[in-house]
Design a protein around this ligand. Structure first.
Ligand code: IMP
Ligand code: MG
Length: 181
């Protein structure tokens, strides 16, 4: 295991199983519809890559990159769009794919931005959810795992842009947190 992490929280096998279940649910839900999957960079990249390959219906995808104003560890709820969608989403069915919903502030803001563009529908798919940290209500339509309030990395999730490439989901060591804070 990488020296920066304390323990595995969710194993590869459990991630794979869950991602396949989510892909099945999405394939059934959007059967016969023209789905546009919107991945939120960079955290959702690994999850989305596995998810879309397990989806059995035709889909298109696009990406957005956002950054929240304020310090890196505290979300302010105001989001700056760093990379916008390439396409017009008016009348489209949109599924936003996120790595983790924490306070909910980022997704809440993003949802408002997307809804203003008049899509046919917008729903959320998030691999991880920390319900105990929620500050604003956001509807997570497809949720993978609900986890306790611990800082996790791996499988796309980072701490200071590190650890995204680790294959499982881990709890970060407390020391790493303290040194770089
Ligand atoms: P929210 O606005 O507080 O819901 O922020 C969600 C974003 O915070 C996610 O997209 C992640 O980038 C980041 N985040 C929240 N919790 C964690 C974590 O445990 N590990 C890594 N990133 C996290
Ligand atoms: Mg993120």
């Amino acid at each position: 295991m990488h020296q920066g992490v304390e323990r595995v929280l969710i194993s590869r096998a459990d991630i794979d199983k869950k991602v396949n279940e989510m892909a099945l649910a999405i394939s059934e839900e959007y059967h016969g519809k023209n789905l546009l999957i919107v991945g939120i960079l960079k955290g959702a990249m690994i999850f989305m890559a596995d998810l879309v390959r397990a989806i059995s219906i035709d889909v298109q995808f696009d990406f957005m990159a956002v950054s929240s104003y304020g310090s890196s560890s505290k979300s302010t709820g105001v989001v700056r769009i760093i990379k916008d969608l390439d396409q017009n989403i008016q009348g489209r069915h949109i599924l936003v794919v996120e790595d983790i919903v924490d306070t909910g502030l980022t997704l809440n803001y993003l949802l408002d931005i997307l809804k203003a563009r008049e899509p046919a529908s917008v729903r959320i798919c998030a691999l991880l959810d920390k319900p105990s940290r929620r500050e604003v209500k956001v509807p997570v339509d497809f949720n993978g795992f609900s986890i306790p309030d611990e800082f996790v990395v791996g499988y796309g999730l980072d701490y200071n842009e590190m650890y995204r490439n680790l294959p499982e989901i881990y709890v970060l060591k407390q020391e790493v947190y303290k040194i770089t804070k």
